[in-house]
Ligand binder design. Structure first.
Ligand SMILES: *Cc1c(COP(=O)(O)O)cnc(C)c1O
Length: 396
């Protein structure tokens, strides 16, 4: 992943007034997080699976409709758990997009699996469901979809392909909290789904995540894996009289301080989402003219998808224009950034994975995409970003 090279400096306008650089992202604090952290301390419950972990997982189950929501210390951890639950072993293939974060692939590589990349759709930048079937071999075990920018993949088609070939579907819904597909929460549709509460996501606890276990036959094992391969949960529920090693596993659960912080964010999830959507809509309306004149392309949200405004990106018509565009924004005190280096073209990707075919859409769009600042509090300065984008693109 690339980040901006913009220096965090003050720019001076002609008037001499100092203008603060607009950062790409700024975490939003609801204001109640530390009260809950204090309460966790008062309870002297600091390890995982206490009061606040229960509140958060019940909230997730209620809001997503998933049978079992398990908090993890990151989405990466949840993906690793999903790879273990999918019984991925050496040589097993997992179909996924190349246009994603490294953890989507790494979690499976850690088990000896081979990510097999499929191209993305030009409209949503999500896995192209029409290309999945051609990538399936007798070694394929699972399809991992990534809901880019919180806009859903074409899940009806993906689920039908998986059922036809006896494959699991794992949703990397890291960016998808509060977003849905035909009324179903992202992460709750496949056999498993993973969420991220990293500082850069809409709802966050610094580091944090969750595994949604939608297939009830996987839920018991998911708890064993999360608790270091022990039956601690069964022991606490009085189902066994000894707490012991029964499976492979690791420590995937967050401490209570993280869950307490996250609880404050979850309670404000509706407000966070609507404030982000408002900012997203302002950009979208403002750039309609530039799209019509061919200066950029705006994001697409298909009718069956309810988005969560995780990000606002634009696609420039020409890849050669991007470095200069980002640079000119930086000179105006605006921090805009590119996104993924497609995994198949990264050093790790070349060692640990393969592309199912040529990935022309991935290669093209990854080089033309620019993400603009979108964070709660940007409202006062958003017009500066919009004006700068107009100014820079219209001069070319
Ligand atoms: C953020 C992100 C992750 C990783 O999330 P962490 O909680 O930081 O581990 C994985 N996949 C995608 C698509 C992401 O955006």
């Amino acid at each position: 992943m690339t980040t901006s090279n913009s220096p965090d400096v003050l720019e001076r306008k002609a008037s001499g007034a100092a203008v603060q650089t607009i950062p790409f992202n700024r975490p939003f604090m609801v204001g109640t997080e530390l009260d809950h952290v204090r309460e966790a301390n008062r309870r002297l419950q600091l390890a995982g699976d206490g009061h606040f972990t229960s509140l958060c997982s019940e909230w997730l189950e209620r809001r997503t409709g998933s049978r079992t929501a398990l908090l993890t210390h990151s989405c990466t951890a949840a993906l690793e758990m999903a790879a273990i639950l999918a019984d991925i072993g050496p040589g097993d293939e997992i179909v996924m997009p190349s246009y994603t974060f490294v953890s989507t692939a790494n979690a499976f590589v850690l088990r000896g699996g081979l990510p097999v990349f499929v191209d993305i759709r030009p409209d949503t930048l999500n896995i192209d469901e029409t290309k999945i079937e051609a990538a399936i071999t007798e070694r394929t075990r699972a399809i991992v979809v990534v809901h880019y920018a919180g806009v859903a993949c074409e899940m009806d088609t993906v689920m039908a392909i998986a059922a036809r070939h006896g494959l699991l579907v794992i949703e990397d819904a890291a960016q998808g909290a509060m977003a849905s597909y035909r009324g179903r929460a992202l992460g709750s549709i496949g056999q498993m789904g993973t969420l991220s509460f990293h500082e850069t996501k809409n709802i966050m606890s610094g580091e944090g995540g969750a595994l949604l276990v939608n297939d009830p036959t996987l839920a018991h094992r998911a708890r064993l894996i999360r608790e270091k391969g022990t039956n601690r949960t069964d022991f606490l529920q009085g189902k066994v009289d000894k707490y012991t090693w029964v499976d492979i596993g690791s420590s995937y659960l967050p401490g209570e301080m993280t869950a307490a912080f996250l609880w404050g964010q979850m309670q404000a999830a509706d407000e966070i989402t609507s404030r982000r959507l408002a900012l997203w809509n302002v950009y979208h309306d403002a750039f309609q003219g530039l799209e019509a004149s061919g200066h950029l392309r705006r994001p697409t949200v298909p009718a069956e998808c309810t988005a969560n405004a995780h990000m606002y990106y634009i696609l420039l018509p020409d890849r050669a224009a991007r470095p200069g565009f980002i640079d000119q924004l930086a000179r105006r005190g605006i921090n805009a950034v590119s996104h993924y280096v497609p995994l198949h073209s990264s050093p790790g990707g070349m060692r640990f994975s393969r592309a199912a075919a040529e990935l022309p859409v991935t290669a093209d769009l990854a080089d033309r995409l620019v993400r603009l600042p979108l964070w709660i509090g940007l409202e006062d300065q958003q017009s500066r970003v919009i004006e700068a984008v107009h100014e820079i693109l219209r001069q070319n």
